[in-house]
Write a protein that binds this ligand. Structure first.
Ligand SMILES: [Zn+2]
Length: 63
């Protein structure tokens, strides 16, 4: 199962998206994008919570 994350779903005007096999590194990748492209240093926990708030279960985003 793949996990699709779009940056614009998290409040940015940005075309960045990730569409890949789910794994913890998917969260890390999005977190790094927020930091590098938007200058916001979220914690992994915060990003995980944001993804959950978008309707993804914890099981679907973490192995
Ligand atoms: Zn972005």
């Amino acid at each position: 199962m793949t996990l699709k994350l779009r940056c614009e779903d998290y409040g940015f005007e940005c075309q960045y998206e990730i569409d890949e096999e789910k794994s913890v590194s998917t969260i890390e990748k999005l977190r790094n994008h927020f930091e590098e492209e938007h200058g916001i240093d979220y914690t992994v926990e915060a990003v995980t919570q944001m993804i959950q708030n978008r309707g993804h279960s914890l099981e679907s985003i973490r192995k």
